[in-house]
Design a binder for this molecule. Sequence first.
Ligand code: AMP
Length: 134
Amino acid sequence: MSKNMPNDTRSPYDPDNIFAKILRGEIPCKEIYADDYALCFHDVNPQAPVHALVIPRNAYRSFSDFTTDASNEEICGFFRAVKQSVQLLNLEEDGYRLLANHGEHAGQEVDHFHVHICGGGSLGKLINKNNSSS
Ligand code: AMP
């Protein structure tokens, strides 16, 4: 499948998004793990005692683009990097949450695919119903 599917109304990948700048070394990050497929770093505005982000090295706007356009090797390499990051953050034993926002309803802020890793304490329920519009 191509990046220009007929029903894809979202804007194209913006090479000046903040995560693209981090990948190019134009702005700093607090790195946790890096390999050929992915980079993991601490979230600048943590929502949990441990809050990290894992991003692929190539340009994908979100989970949907990534799983449509990336090669099997990239997808496998990326998720192995998520696992490596979880281990380096010492979250395996007590637990953690993975989360990926896609689009407006999910509140995606940065249009470069990323997986949030949250842990380091009890995270509560997945959805806060007080923030739900229905
Ligand atoms: P999302 O809402 O899923 O797009 O999440 C974007 C995340 O990126 C938020 O949790 C932000 O706090 C985080 N973020 C934005 N800018 C930076 C940055 N320069 N370094 C690290 N994390 C960032």
